[in-house]
Design a protein around this ligand. Sequence first.
Ligand code: CMC
Length: 432
Amino acid sequence: MWRHMAKSVQLLVDGKPHDFPVVTGSEGEQGFDITKLRADTGLITLDPGYGNTGSCQSAITFIDGDKGVLRYRGIPIEEFAGNPDFIEVAWLLIFGRLPNQEESTRFRARLTANAHLHEAMKYHFEGFPADAPPMAMLSAMINTLGCFHAEMHALKGDELFEEAAARLISKIRTIAAFIYRRLHGLPYMYADPKLRYCANLLHMMFSMPHDQHRVDPEIEKALNLIFVLHADHEQNCSTSTVRMVGSSKANLFASVSAGVCALWGPLHGGANVEVLEMLEQIHKGGLTADNYIEMAKQKGSGVRLMGFGHRVYKNYDPRAKMLQGISDRVLTKLNVKDPLLDIARRLEEQALKDDYFVARKLYPNVDFYSGIIMRAMGIPTSMFTVMFAIGRLPGWIAHWKEQSEESTSRIARPRQIYTGPVDKHYVPIEQR
Ligand code: CMC
């Protein structure tokens, strides 16, 4: 039986009270600290999916899922719409405040200086089959990158950390572009130091040696916004993975490489691919948005409305709202008439007034619109989650740094309730 108190929580175990201190965050959310629970009571908590478990205290990102609020280092996400670029946001997340002019210039110079990969890494790309999954390549190549920068495995001090962060943020872009070129059998294009971060990525993906890809400022702006909106989302599956791996003191490259694998899954970053596949399935299969919604509502149909629902947001995902606006502008600018966008709008319209979705508080999430915008930019569906990873990288780095600097940080090692057989004995193979 639980009884809430003002400053602590009391748990009665077989009638004996045990007090646990309440920890209050800067936005007023509360959790009670059960660090001593097992030692005091012999019990552990059971929370599959960790929906009620705070794995850490963090000063990076705040989400109020009921109100649809998202803030980076205290700044509402909406304020990033027209202002800072992705690089400024990355520095903010990692170092805790907006960079001044000198810091911003220095960080950008580091990014430019680090845009190229070691030439030997090209051979690693060649070793992948032509149809290798891009996220597998991305994870493998980030770990490979760690082999080329072994001096960055132990990161002491902000100066070295800034260099490591710049290397990763700059080189992930080159790796992503090279993955695209490898998959399409195109010659690798090197970064152009005159271009900004997003324009340079599009250049490395789409330029040809004889024909420089012209990047429309509106498209560059849209890609920048996609990256900014994906930059951090507190303790999601991939970020928790980065923290989990980092808690064993694994280096930053290895930890981020693991984060990429976690992001790959269709219930996480892979959902942007699933959204497009769902829209295509509706379009090509002659279904209507309404048919699909009915299927998604049926238990046992195995169908979900991809791009809808969120573990934390029980309101409109503020990132989806911002992307919805820009998707209209990008499609108009590129003069794209995309039937998939019409289906997406219809799905959204219908789901938002359907009792099933309303009762479960299922709103569009960030993946619902990002795929449509990237598709209009000419980015193939198979690369969507790679783009998400580029955006999420500053968040992963920020969390890895925050955790590595905590004096109380311990290796992450959850417990379990064992439900397997008991009292069994080994039987030699000839007697089985
Ligand atoms: N379509 C239809 N029903 C849904 C959906 C959906 N997209 N999402 C949840 N539900 C239902 C679910 O069947 C359950 O119904 P009931 O209570 O009757 O059993 C109820 O809503 C609660 O669902 P849940 O699976 O317990 O919720 P969760 O918090 O474990 O899952 C989620 C969150 C995002 C995995 C889930 O909503 C989902 O699968 N959405 C589609 C995939 C998607 O868009 N993922 C991207 C997430 S945002 C990007 C990111 O952060 O990675």
